[in-house]
Design a protein. Structure first.
Length: 275
C-alpha cells in the first residue's frame, strides 16, 4: 500500500460530526419571551390593559381623521414657512451647542479618558438624571420660567442632545481599543495631553455621527415641544389640532417628513466623508 493510498483511507474514515441541535434552546427562549409578553398584558397581575373591544368600537373615529390627513390642505402652506424655519434654526443651534459641550463631557464620562472613578461616576450620574427627565417636562418648566418662545425649546433640546450624544460617544470610547493611550502614558504624557493627542482624534467620527443623528431628532422633537409653547412648528400643529383641521395637519406632517428626509440624506453624505 502506497502512502497515497494510506492517506486516502484515513480521509475516507473521517466523518463530519453531527450538527449541534440549537433549536430547542432557541424555541425555549422564544416561548419564554412570548409568555412574558402575554403576562404583561394581564391587568389582574399588574399588566397593561389592552382594550381591543374599545378599539373595535371606536376605530372609525381614527379612520376619519386619517382620511382627512391623507387629503392635505395646501392653502396652509404660507403659514408654515416661518414656524418651519424656526424649527430648523432651533435644531441647528441645539446641535452646534451640544457638539461643543459633548466633547469634554464624553471624555470625562469614559473610563479610558478619565481614570478618576469618583469624577467619572459623578459625570455619569448627572447625565443619567438629565436623561431621566422627559423632554416635555423640561419644556413645560422652562416655558414657565422664561416664557413662551424658542429659548425654552433650545435649552430643552440642548439637554436632550447632551444626554444622548455623551452616552453613545462615551460608550464607544469605552469599547474601543485603548492601547494607544497606554503608549502615551509610557511616554510620560499627562491625561489631558493623551486625550487631546490620541483619544480625541479617534473619537471625532463617533462624535460627528451622533451629533448628526441628534440633528435629525431635533426636528422631530421640536415639533412636539411646540405643543407646550416652546417654539417651532409645534405651536401651529397645536392650533390646527384644536380646530380639528386634520387636513392642515397632514400638510404640516408632509413638510416635516420632507425636511427630515433631506437632513438624513445630507447626514449620510457627511458620514461617508468622515469615515
Amino acid at each position: 500500500m502506497t502512502a497515497a493510498d494510506a492517506v486516502a483511507g484515513e480521509r475516507s474514515q473521517l466523518t463530519i460530526p453531527p450538527r449541534p441541535r440549537t433549536w430547542p434552546r432557541a424555541a425555549a427562549i422564544v416561548a419564554a419571551l412570548a409568555a412574558f409578553t402575554i403576562l404583561t398584558t394581564i391587568p389582574a397581575i399588574g399588566g397593561v390593559e389592552l382594550d381591543f373591544a374599545s378599539i373595535a368600537r371606536n376605530w372609525t373615529n381614527g379612520a376619519d381623521r386619517i382620511v382627512q390627513m391623507l387629503t392635505p390642505d395646501w392653502s396652509i402652506l404660507p403659514r408654515t414657512w416661518q414656524p418651519l424655519l424656526e424649527t430648523l434654526e432651533m435644531a441647528l443651534v441645539d446641535a452646534a451647542i451640544s457638539a461643543v459641550l459633548a466633547v469634554p463631557l464624553s471624555l470625562w464620562a469614559a473610563r479610558p479618558t478619565n481614570p478618576n472613578g469618583v469624577a467619572r461616576r459623578a459625570v455619569r450620574f448627572v447625565l443619567n438624571v438629565v436623561r431621566a427627565v422627559p423632554d416635555l417636562v423640561y419644556a413645560t418648566v422652562l416655558v414657565a420660567m422664561v416664557g413662551v418662545g424658542t429659548l425654552p425649546g433650545i435649552i430643552t433640546l440642548v439637554l436632550f442632545d447632551i444626554g444622548i450624544v455623551v452616552k453613545l460617544v462615551s460608550e464607544a470610547i469605552d469599547s474601543a481599543d485603548a492601547h494607544y493611550m497606554e503608549a502615551g502614558r509610557a511616554a510620560g504624557g499627562t491625561q489631558t495631553q493623551i486625550n487631546r493627542v490620541t483619544a480625541l482624534p479617534q473619537s471625532w467620527p463617533a462624535i460627528a455621527s451622533q451629533v448628526l443623528y441628534s440633528l435629525e431628532l431635533n426636528v422631530r422633537i421640536s415639533a412636539i415641544l411646540g405643543l407646550v409653547g416652546a417654539g417651532g412648528i409645534g405651536r401651529l400643529i397645536d392650533e390646527m389640532r384644536g380646530f380639528y383641521r386634520y387636513d392642515a395637519l397632514g400638510t404640516i406632517v408632509l413638510e416635516i417628513l420632507v425636511v427630515v428626509i433631506a437632513i438624513e440624506v445630507a447626514s449620510n453624505l457627511l458620514r461617508k466623508r468622515l469615515r
